[in-house]
Write a protein of this length. Structure first.
Length: 659
C-alpha cells in the first residue's frame, strides 16, 4: 500500500504490477494538487499484486467450501465459459490518453456501455459495443454463439467520437430497434433502423444534436401517448478546450472537484417524442431540472399510477427520484422514499427480488470504494488491509468538505426493499449485496429458478489493483450469495488479471515521461483488467441466459452458460408488442403465474450500465412445465390476461389487445 499526503488529502493507491523490469514514477493531479511517487522493483512481484492474486485463490476456496457445506441452496451446478475467441468477435475497447499514458483522475475512466437488440429481425440478439477511440462495432448474431462484424454495412461506426453509452429503442413504432449513442463533446447521434439492420443518421432532423459530456440514455413513454421519449443524462464539465490524440478533449486536472463549481454543471436533458422521428426538450413547466453529476438513470412506476417515474444516480452527491405527475411533468420526491442514497452511485435497477409483487431497488456505489479510509493503526504498521464486504477496497481519504453534507448519504451499495405504500427499507448488508468497486448491474435469472440474480461489473484498471466481477445468486428472495468463482465468472479466462496498458520509449520520444523514472528503452506499463458494462441474453439459443461484458481498454468477455446441459430447463421468454402503447411495451408490468407462484417483471429495457435493449423478458420457472396465466398491465392502462396452460421453453409474443 502506498500512502501519499499533501496539504488537502491523503490518498492510498493500490498499484498493480506483474513481473517488472523497470522503475515507475508517476505524477497526477488529484483534487487540484500535483503528487509524485517513485516505485522501484527488480524482477519480482510487487506486494500489492501478489496479495491481490492470493486473495483470488482464497475467495475461490471460500466459495467452494461454502457450497460443499450445503449452505448454498440456490442451484449452482453449472458454469460460464468465455467463448469470445470462438465467437469471432474481434472488438477491443480503446481509451483516450488521459485514462492511460497521461492518466488523470477524470470521468474518462468511467468507461463505456454496450447494448443488445435484434437489429435485423432474425430473432437473435445482436451486440453493439462502444469505445472512446477507434470505431464502435455492431456484431450480428449468426447463431450457436457465432457473430459477424456488421458495422460497415449498418453504418453505425462513429470513428474516434469518444463515445460513452448506447440505447436501442423503437422510436417510430415500426417494429425495428433504432439506436442512440452518447459521446463526450462529439455530439450525440440517433440512427433510424430502415429495416434488416440498415441504419440512417437522423440526428439533425430529430433535434438531438446536443454536444456535451453525455453519458446514459433512457427511452420511456413519459406521457403515455404511445411514443418513446428520451432522457439523456450529462455528467458535468470535466474537460478543457485543448485536444489530445484522436481528437478527444483533455480532462481538467481537477475534474473530480467539478461539484464544487456551479459553472461546470451540465443539466440532463429530457426530450419528448413529437411524431416518431422528431424530439423536443420538455418545457420548464414540466419541473424537471437535474444538475447531478450523473452517469446513468432508469425509470419505474413506483406508485403504480400508470405513469413512469425517474431515478437518476449521482456519482458525486445525492441521487434523485422524480415522480411523474400524470404525464404532465415531474416532482422531486427522493426524501419521501429514499431518505439516504449512496454518495457515489453508478448502476441502478428496479426489480422484484422476493416475488412479493413489489419493485425493490439496487444501486451500486463505486466512489465509496475510493473514499472510505482504512484504519490508521494498520497503516502505521505498514499492514495490508483487505476489503471485506461493506469496506473499502482501496481508499482515498478525502476531507469531509469534499463530500458536501455526506450525512445524508450511504457509503456502499444500497438495496432498498419495498415495504409497500411507497416505503423502503435499506438492507444491503443483511441481503449480501455489497461488492468491490462496482459499476454496472445486470439483473437476470441465471439459474432459471424463478428468482432473479445480480451480476455486477467492477474494477478500475490502471493505476489500481485488480477487483473481481461479482455474480450474486438469489436464495429464494431471502439473501444473495457470492458465486462468481463457483460459476466460472472468476478468475477470468487463463487467469488474466492485468495487461500492458501502454508502452513508453524511455530512451527516445518519451524520455521525459514521469513513468520512465530511471528506465531506458521500451518500457511496458502494466494495468489491471476491469469491466464496466454488461448484459444478459441467450446468445447461443440453448434456452439459458449468457453474459457479455464490455471491458475497459481490453477485449470483451462472452460468457456462455452450460445450464441447459446440466439440468432440465424450464423457462418462458415474453416479447411484448404494443398497439395503443409504445411498440416495445416499455413500462409494462408482466406477471407470470406458474406452479402457484407469481413472478413479476417491469419492462424497462435496461441492459446494465450505459445500455438499453429491446430483448424479450426471461422468466425462469423452476420445475413448472406450464404457465397457468400471464397478466400484462400495459402503459396504456389496459390489463390483459393470457390464459393457460402455456407450455414452457418457448418465446411467447403478446400483442396488446384492443378490448
Amino acid at each position: 500500500m502506498i500512502t501519499i499526503t499533501n496539504s488537502e488529502v491523503a490518498i492510498q493507491l493500490c498499484v498493480p504490477r506483474s513481473r517488472l523490469q523497470w522503475v515507475m514514477t508517476f505524477g497526477w493531479a488529484f483534487l487540484g494538487g500535483w503528487i509524485g511517487v517513485e516505485i522501484a522493483s527488480a524482477e519480482i512481484y510487487s506486494p500489492e499484486h501478489h496479495f491481490a492474486v492470493q486473495r483470488l485463490e482464497s475467495r475461490r476456496k471460500q466459495q467452494e467450501a461454502f457450497a460443499a457445506s450445503g449452505r448454498l441452496r440456490a442451484n449452482h451446478d453449472f458454469r460460464f465459459s468465455d467463448r469470445l475467441v470462438e465467437s469471432g468477435i474481434s472488438f477491443s475497447h480503446r481509451i483516450v490518453d488521459d485514462a492511460g499514458r497521461t492518466y488523470k483522475p477524470a470521468h474518462y475512466d468511467h468507461g463505456n456501455g454496450l447494448a443488445l437488440a435484434d437489429v435485423d429481425g432474425d430473432g437473435k440478439p445482436d451486440l453493439y459495443f462502444t469505445t472512446q477511440l477507434g470505431t464502435n462495432q455492431l456484431w450480428r448474431n449468426l447463431g450457436n454463439g457465432r457473430f459477424e462484424d456488421f458495422t460497415a454495412s449498418a453504418g453505425v461506426g462513429l470513428a474516434n467520437s469518444i463515445c460513452v453509452g448506447a440505447s436501442f429503442a423503437d422510436i417510430d413504432n415500426d417494429g425495428d430497434p433504432d439506436l442512440f449513442v452518447t459521446t463526450v463533446r462529439h455530439g450525440n447521434h440517433l440512427y433510424l433502423n430502415q429495416g434488416r439492420g440498415q441504419f440512417r443518421d437522423i440526428t439533425r432532423e430529430a433535434g438531438l444534436e446536443y454536444v456535451g459530456h453525455s453519458s446514459g440514455a433512457v427511452f420511456f413513454d413519459a406521457d403515455n401517448d404511445g411514443r418513446l421519449d428520451l432522457l439523456v443524462v450529462n455528467v458535468g464539465v470535466y474537460t478543457e478546450e485543448r485536444r489530445g490524440p484522436g481528437g478527444y478533449y483533455l480532462a481538467l486536472p481537477d475534474a473530480f472537484q467539478g461539484h464544487f463549481h456551479p459553472a461546470r454543471t451540465e443539466y440532463s436533458r429530457l426530450y419528448r417524442n413529437v411524431d416518431g422521428r422528431r424530439f423536443e426538450l420538455v418545457p420548464r413547466s414540466w419541473g424537471f431540472r437535474d444538475g447531478s453529476w450523473s452517469g446513468d438513470a432508469t425509470f419505474t412506476d413506483l406508485n403504480e399510477d400508470g405513469f413512469p417515474d425517474l431515478y437518476l444516480v449521482n456519482m458525486q452527491g445525492d441521487d434523485h427520484y422524480y415522480e411523474n405527475t400524470g404525464g404532465k411533468g415531474f416532482i422531486e420526491r427522493t426524501a419521501r422514499h429514499f431518505p439516504k442514497t449512496p454518495w457515489g452511485a453508478m448502476g441502478v435497477k428496479f426489480f422484484d427480488h422476493n416475488l412479493d409483487g413489489r419493485l425493490d431497488l439496487f444501486v451500486t456505489d463505486m466512489h465509496s470504494d475510493m473514499t472510505r479510509p482504512q484504519t490508521e493503526k494498520a497503516l502505521s504498521f505498514g499492514l495490508e488491509v483487505e476489503k471485506a464486504k461493506s469496506d473499502a477496497w482501496c481508499s482515498a481519504q478525502w476531507p469531509e468538505s469534499y463530500y458536501q453534507r455526506s450525512t445524508n448519504n450511504l457509503f456502499g451499495n444500497a438495496f432498498y426493499r419495498s415495504l409497500g405504500d411507497g416505503k423502503y427499507e435499506e438492507v444491503s448488508d443483511v441481503s449480501g449485496v455489497e461488492t468491490y468497486w462496482p459499476w454496472g448491474v445486470t439483473i437476470a435469472d441465471f439459474n432459471a429458478d424463478g428468482f432473479e440474480d445480480i451480476f455486477v461489473t467492477a474494477g478500475m484498471g490502471y493505476p489500481f489493483r485488480y477487483a473481481i466481477n461479482s455474480l450474486l445468486l438469489n436464495e429464494a428472495g431471502k439473501r444473495f450469495v457470492d458465486a462468481e468463482f463457483l460459476l466460472g465468472v472468476e478468475p477470468r479466462a487463463k487467469g488474466r488479471t492485468e495487461k500492458i496498458w501502454f508502452t513508453l520509449d524511455c530512451g527516445g520520444a518519451d524520455k521525459g515521461h514521469p513513468s520512465c523514472g530511471g528506465a531506458s528503452g521500451l518500457t511496458n506499463i502494466m494495468g489491471t483488467l476491469s469491466s464496466r458494462s454488461s448484459a444478459a441474453a441467450d446468445f447461443d439459443g440453448d434456452g439459458d441466459l449468457d453474459l457479455v461484458t464490455l471491458d475497459f481498454n481490453d477485449r470483451p468477455q462472452l460468457l456462455l452458460s452450460n445450464l441447459s446441459e446440466r439440468r432440465t430447463l424450464r423457462y418462458l421468454a415474453v416479447k411484448l408488442e404494443g398497439t395503443r402503447s409504445n411498440r416495445e411495451g416499455l413500462g409494462a408490468r408482466v406477471i407470470v403465474n406458474a406452479g402457484g407462484v407469481s413472478r413479476m417483471q417491469f419492462a424497462d429495457g435496461k441492459s446494465g450500465y450505459l445500455g438499453q435493449s429491446s430483448l424479450p423478458l426471461y422468466f425462469g420457472l423452476g420445475d413448472s412445465e406450464t404457465v397457468q396465466e400471464i397478466q400484462v398491465k400495459w402503459p396504456s392502462g389496459r390489463l390483459q390476461r393470457v390464459p393457460g396452460p402455456i407450455q414452457s421453453n418457448q418465446l411467447l409474443r403478446i400483442k396488446e389487445s384492443s378490448e
